[in-house]
Design a binder for this molecule. Structure first.
Ligand SMILES: Cc1ncc(COP(=O)(O)O)c(C=O)c1O
Length: 445
């Protein structure tokens, strides 16, 4: 007979893990997936996924490098660093490959940079959810500074100076300011003049500028240029980008950072490499090979990005018009696949008819009652009472690659049956929500 095991009572652990909520953008994606499994009709407008198939030449390059199992250099392969340097040089930012560091996505690169910088960080309000969350994770304070009207992604230079002086006066060690050019969540681009002024404040107040330029190649108007702080304050600007948005390869996890030249830049690079060596060792070798191919910008990928840019412009614009028709105030989207409508003009009626007081109330109502997944502005650092929300229409392009390719090829993608149907459904939901709610101000697009 086997001996009976008497198990000692197990004492529960006397502590809880540190609470770290799931990033809001990923969380809404999971709720939408659950609703879909339950058979409900949903409009997935919450997640910032580019919604475009991987180009076959990229898949070919990735396959060709699948046998590369070694770690490789922490900073990334020489081929990738040279290709990324060429990419930036062609955009007016001459780059020495020695200043480039690759990582498994720009998100971990940003986290490693914040760890290396070791101080408090000014982030735009509103801004991409991750900057403030990462700053808090590294034990620093995110200091939110409002962006000028219509110029998302760059803290207002006048307010920045003031915020830094006040934070330092209460003992904070402010070391960096993050900018997003073009911007997520607003889909707008700050002007050259605002970026220039931001850089002079950064110089005057000893700040490093981290310029997240992941949407740089997705500007809707082909002749519109994107200002970079790396031109105005090269000695202190770090630029990041990745394959995730322009080539819709977020799941491949590959990003690059361009560090400043000079003694500070070299010290920052050494520290960044130290952090990288302790977290990810090196970016995945097969991805680095594919990324080197992509950053060399062969004509077929340039054309692919151009088509996706046109698709983003067409659908983001169409969705903005639907929100404006419902009475929301919305800036014309200028880049990427985001818009940031403001239901402020409908505030009184939304409160009376639906009990809506905050953006969170409004997006909860849209999701739970109508299956429309969007994110409240409060996730991006807006005050809860502002009725703004981030809308990301790129998952409307299609349910499968066949539909997405048809959307990419179409001269009028908004008229494709599955997209037109989704747009009409959205208009119906918005009309139902705002019907008999009086608009207190006009709502220009
Ligand atoms: C502004 C911004 N930066 C970075 C990222 C993430 O980049 P990656 O996939 O390279 O980690 C996103 C993704 O939503 C983003 O919107």
């Amino acid at each position: 007979m086997p001996a009976q095991r008497v198990s000692a009572p197990v004492r529960p652990l006397p502590f809880s893990p540190r609470p770290v909520p799931l990033s809001a953008t990923l969380a809404v994606n999971e709720v939408i997936a659950r609703m879909r499994r339950e058979g409900r009709r949903v409009l997935p407008l919450g997640f910032g996924e580019a919604g475009i198939p991987i180009h076959p030449v990229l898949a070919r390059e990735l396959g060709a490098a699948a046998g590369r199992g070694g770690y490789g250099p922490v900073a990334g392969s020489a081929a990738l660093r040279a290709a990324a340097a060429g990419y930036w040089t062609r955009r007016g930012l001459p780059t020495d490959p020695a200043t480039v560091v690759a990582g498994p996505g720009s998100k971990p690169l940003l986290y490693a940079l914040l760890t290396a910088l070791g101080g408090d960080v000014v982030v735009p309000a509103p801004s991409w959810v991750t900057y403030a969350a990462q700053t808090a994770l590294v034990g620093a304070e995110p200091i939110r500074v409002a962006t000028p009207p219509g110029e998302g992604g760059v803290p207002s230079p006048a307010l920045l100076a003031d915020a830094v002086v006040r934070a330092r006066a209460r003992g904070r060690d402010v070391r960096a300011v993050v900018v997003t050019l073009p911007d997520n969540p607003t889909g707008t681009i700050a002007s050259e003049e605002t970026v220039r002024r931001l850089c002079s404040v950064a110089r005057r107040h000893d700040l490093v500028v981290i310029s997240d330029e992941i949407y740089r190649d997705l500007v809707h108007a082909p002749d519109r240029t994107v200002p970079s702080p790396a031109r105005h304050a090269p000695e202190r600007t770090v630029v990041t980008t990745a394959l995730s948005k322009s080539l819709a390869a977020g799941g491949w996890r590959l990003g690059v950072a361009r560090l400043p030249d000079g003694p500070f830049g070299r010290a920052l690079r050494d520290s960044l490499l130290g952090v990288a060596s302790e977290i990810w060792s090196s970016a995945p070798a097969p991805m680095q090979h594919a990324a080197a191919y992509a950053f060399a910008e062969p004509p077929e990928l340039v054309e692919h990005i151009d088509r996706s840019r046109r698709l983003h412009a067409a659908i983001t614009g169409a969705v903005a018009r639907r929100f404006a028709a419902a009475g929301a105030r919305v800036a014309r989207p200028e880049a990427a696949f985001y818009l940031y409508p403001d239901f402020g003009p409908l505030r009184d009626g939304l409160r009376e008819r639906h009990g809506v007081r905050t953006a969170g109330d409004l997006t909860h109502l849209l999701l739970e009652r109508h299956g429309v997944g969007v994110l409240p502005g409060s996730s991006f650092g807006d005050a809860p009472a502002s009725l703004r929300m981030r809308v990301a229409p790129s998952l409307l392009y299609g349910e499968d690659d066949e539909q997405r390719l048809a959307a990419l090829a179409s001269a009028d993608p908004a008229s494709l049956p599955w997209i037109a149907d989704a747009l009409d459904h959205l208009s119906g939901v918005l009309a139902g929500l705002t019907e008999s709610v009086t608009v207190s101000e006009p709502a220009p697009v």
